[in-house]
Design a protein. Structure first.
Length: 438
């Protein structure tokens, strides 16, 4: 969107594609003031099939298919995000994220592959990792991403959690003193009325062991005008708050989006980015490199590159893991380290996030390790000879690391055996019966 300051009326462009698209949406003429008002943006979202069918590049014959898709997965596109689409490009990366596709009809995938619901001690709160938890506080988003991992909650309607439901989550966090990091997610929490979000943050801040609060929101990307003075003033009161957003393509890093991130940062809220690796949208090293360097210019730190989850209706967006590794290979060494996220796959069944990257260790010996660098140069690295000297210790004993593999390293345990291992069960039976090993 090119905002031409000084002009009263703005015309919604049919993308920068220009004249080739004779696109005349119902909101073709809008004042700059309206355009920059998030309420206007929300009120004028594309939400139904007839609006969709009137978009350029959409075959009216697809109307029936669109109707079927949208009867399962709802649509919502802010005029702002719509204005980023180049309608003359049939494979536009912005359109792919916003406009429903027939491919969403598929039996492949699961509603909740990450088993978030199974790790929910109270409805809406997932406690998977030792010191942090995730709250789903609303089912509402200003833009419904076609690749959303939590598409399953869309069927619950566009509602937010009640105070009663929230109180159960607060009580759980209060009882669990190990939780020091709470992720407020959804849906999109920044679509809540400011007072409502404040209620959540205020209640979390009343819990002494909650050190940091993270907000997961795509608002900076799809509705940047929502990050207004009122919102920033409120967030400033409840820090430290970190915001994780989701830019997936360099063209999403517009001056408006960058300005929204800047307002957050000035309110003391660091902004990090979690890109989803999506076929046809950003599954190319050069796109990710440009995205991440644009983000750094906007002072946003690329945090994660996510493998697309195995969610029903997302199969057409998934890439092989090898594509992610290839992208990481092309980034490391070739871009600022700050522009390099961790590539992670959240494995189905609740195993959590696992980082995946190219292998830089070729071999390890006691005295030397053989490494290769990003250019393919193979090097010998001389190991330290300070084995006799003690390692650092924290002032207090501190909690024992709970990480199971780490316990193998400290020697606390000798092995980790999967539950139900048949050989171990045989061994146990033999011991109990007292018969000698054969
Ligand atoms: C991703 C996630 C977190 C946060 O993980 P970090 O690696 O700390 O960013 C916490 N809880 C759940 C359930 C998650 O999926
Ligand atoms: S903003 Fe987040 S929760 Fe909302 S649809 Fe997009 S990915 Fe899903």
């Amino acid at each position: 969107m090119e905002t031409k300051s000084g002009e009263d009326a703005l015309t919604l462009p049919g993308g920068t594609g220009g004249d080739s698209c004779a696109y005349d949406p119902p909101w073709a003429t809008v004042t700059e003031r309206e355009w920059n008002d998030y309420r206007w943006q929300i009120a004028n979202r594309v939400t139904d099939v007839s609006q969709l069918a009137s978009l350029p590049g959409i075959d009216p014959a697809d109307r029936e298919l669109l109707r079927r898709v949208t009867s399962i997965y709802r649509v919502g596109i802010t005029p702002y995000y719509l204005s980023l689409i180049r309608f003359d490009d049939p494979a536009d990366p912005i359109a792919l994220q916003a406009i429903p596709a027939v491919e969403e009809f598929t039996d492949i995938g699961l509603d909740d592959p990450l088993d978030e619901e199974k790790d929910m001690p109270v409805p809406g709160l997932t406690h998977r990792y030792p010191d942090r938890c995730l709250m789903v506080v609303t089912n509402y988003c200003s833009m419904y991403c076609r690749h959303c991992t939590r598409k399953r909650i869309w069927t619950l309607g566009e509602g937010s959690k009640t105070e009663f439901e929230l109180s159960k989550m607060f009580a759980y966090i209060r009882r669990h003193e190990e939780i020091r990091d709470v992720i407020v997610s959804g849906g999109d929490p920044l679509t809540l009325p400011t007072a409502r979000l404040e209620y959540i943050l205020k209640n979390l801040r009343r819990i002494p062991h909650v050190e940091i609060i993270r907000i997961g929101s795509r608002v900076p990307v799809v509705l940047p005008m929502r990050i207004d003075a009122e919102m920033c003033g409120m967030l400033e009161k409840y820090g430290p708050i970190w915001l994780n957003t989701q830019f997936n393509h360099p063209r999403e890093v517009t001056p408006e989006a960058a300005a929204a991130c800047d307002r957050l940062i000035r309110a003391g809220v660091p902004v990090n980015n979690q890109t989803v690796l999506l076929k046809g949208v950003n599954d190319h090293p050069e796109i990710i490199r440009r995205l991440n360097t644009s983000l750094l210019k906007a002072k946003v730190r690329p945090y994660y590159l996510f493998q697309c989850d195995m969610v029903r209706g997302l199969e057409h967006f998934r890439t092989r893991l090898s594509r992610g590794v290839e992208i990481m290979e092309a980034l490391r060494g070739h871009s600022s380290g700050l522009a390099i996220p961790s590539f992670v796959v959240d494995v189905p069944g609740g195993g959590g996030k696992i980082p995946i990257m190219p292998n830089y260790i070729l071999s390890m010996g006691e005295e030397r390790t053989v490494l290769r660098n990003y250019e393919g140069i193979i090097l010998s690295y001389e190991e330290a000879r300070s084995d006799g000297r003690p390692s650092a210790r924290p002032d207090d004993a501190g909690p024992t690391p709970r990480n199971d593999v780490y316990r193998l390293m400290t020697g606390e345990v000798k092995s980790l055996v999967p539950a139900g291992n048949e050989r171990m069960a045989r061994r146990k039976r033999r011991c109990e019966s007292g018969s000698p090993a054969t």
